[in-house]
Design a protein around this ligand. Structure first.
Ligand code: S3P
Length: 448
């Protein structure tokens, strides 16, 4: 929920090696979608392995406010009694999505074609992020939105009473925008078509098909053309949420840069639209192996083993890989600091509108800790110093951004002097067990 308690400063000290099994939490993207699609189905959806991070809990509370029954059975087992497509009730109060852009944008889409009004807010980070990218296409369905200047939250949406289906070419590579349009298309009669020029994470498409919607995806010269037939009756599902590759990125990158490490991360979701970091690490010379490849609940899954990798090299990260690793650039920039030579990361403008401006937040903290970083509007370059040569020793601002906070904690595990952050609280949005999990592997992260 929005509102921020007392900051939790944290310091990460050098580790002599990370070893063992890292059971990271459930996938954040799939967890949000499980609750929302469960709420839009008729009957009971069962979810195993839901991420119980603040972002997802906020989405669960929101689904209750729209009339679904959301129950926590303990141990990551949840159920959702849905109200069906078009069945959302009007919330009595403001919907607080806390820190979560995914939560607010997907929920806006899911209510946009029902004849109800809802007001959305979030924390200082979320209230600074652009919502026009979602409300513009929702207006094509007939949804009205009134927010603050430049389309910022708090914002009120008046759902379309007589929605029309739309055809929309997504102007930025964003799974959140694509998903908002598809969720809105569920309650519009006829076919809603979304076209994306670059493939972004496709969990919404996979899950809509799993819930029984008629949805097709074609690769064409125009891009990925997704066609959804509106007003289906979604059928409740049993969902096993795979572990989050974006959370796995932290113990994996920590193992790769910390001498003496050998870490196994079981059951990682390896959807190709999410796995870009792992290919990039391999290109840099990281010792990663994928074991036991399989499919669970429509998503590819494997066990991932990461070992200390003494010969990391800086590389050119292909721009076309950006969408498949967009949340992993902060921690990649830490690995790049420990590699020999430059790592250039082009095509990443979207990093500037995440929970923080992630290029700015990482560049500032890396520079403080002795690493040279160059940056432009949509690219950045980290000048790697090689193992044993990263100074560390300073305190970075986490800027209300969980991935910035965790990235600097990873840096401290292998830098020459401890690395600190001013506030570790945002970590709870996506990885509430980060501290005990890393400690069990041999990391020395303390609250200071
Ligand atoms: C997400 C999509 C991405 C990502 C976010 C989760 C999703 O955002 O950064 O953490 O679950 O759809 P964009 O789609 O805006 O790039």
């Amino acid at each position: 929920m929005s509102g921020h308690g007392t900051p939790i400063p944290m310091t990460s000290h050098a580790s002599t090696g990370l070893n063992g099994t890292a059971d990271v939490p459930g996938d954040k993207s799939i967890s949000h979608r499980s609750l929302i699609l469960g709420a839009m189905s008729v009957g009971e959806t069962r979810i195993t392995g839901l991420l119980e991070g603040e972002d997802v809990l906020d989405t669960g509370r929101a689904m209750r406010a729209f009339g679904a029954e959301v129950t926590d059975h303990g141990g990551g087992e949840w159920s959702v009694h849905g109200v069906g497509v078009g069945g959302f009730a009007e919330p009595e109060n403001v919907i607080d999505c806390g820190n979560s852009g995914t939560g607010v944008r997907l929920i806006m889409g899911s209510m946009a074609t029902s004849p109800i009004t809802a007001t959305f807010t979030g924390d200082a980070s979320l209230n600074g992020r652009p919502m026009g990218r979602v409300t513009d296409p929702l207006a094509l369905f007939g949804t009205q939105a009134v927010g603050r200047k430049q389309g910022r939250l708090p914002m009120t949406l008046v759902g379309a009473a007589d929605p029309v289906p739309v055809r929309y070419v997504v102007p930025v590579p964003s799974a959140q925008v694509k998903s908002a349009v598809l969720l809105a298309g569920l309650n519009a009669p006829g076919k809603t078509v979304v076209i994306e020029k670059e493939a972004t994470r496709d969990h919404t498409e996979r899950m809509l098909a799993g819930f029984g919607a008629e949805i097709t995806v074609e690769e064409t010269d125009e891009g990925r053309v997704i066609t959804l037939t509106g007003q289906p009756e979604l059928k409740p599902q049993t969902i096993i949420v795979p572990r989050d590759p974006s959370s796995a990125a932290f113990p994996v990158c920590a193992a790769v840069i910390t001498p003496g490490s050998d870490v196994l991360v079981p059951n990682i979701g390896l959807n190709p639209t999410r796995a870009g970091l792992f290919f990039t690490l391999q290109d840099m010379g990281a010792d990663l192996t994928f074991e036991n490849m399989r499919e669970e609940s429509g998503e590819p899954v494997a066990d991932l083993r990461a070992r200390f990798s003494p010969d990391l090299k800086g590389i050119e990260v292909p721009a076309e890989r950006a969408a498949s690793m967009i949340d992993e650039y902060p921690v990649l920039s830490v690995v790049a600091s420990f590699a020999e030579g430059k790592t250039h990361m082009p095509g990443v403008k979207e990093l500037r509108v995440k929970e923080s401006d992630r290029i700015d937040a990482m560049a500032k903290g890396l520079r403080l800790n002795g690493v040279t970083v160059d940056e432009g509007d949509d690219w950045w370059t980290v000048h790697g110093l090689g193992h044993g040569n990263v100074p560390g020793g300073e305190t970075c601002a986490s800027q209300l951004d969980h991935r910035i906070a965790m990235s600097f904690m990873v840096m401290g595990m292998a830098a020459n002097a401890p690395v600190s952050i001013d506030d570790g609280q945002p970590i709870a949005t996506s990885f509430p067990i980060f501290e005990p999990l890393m400690a069990a592997l041999g990391a020395r992260v303390e609250r200071t």
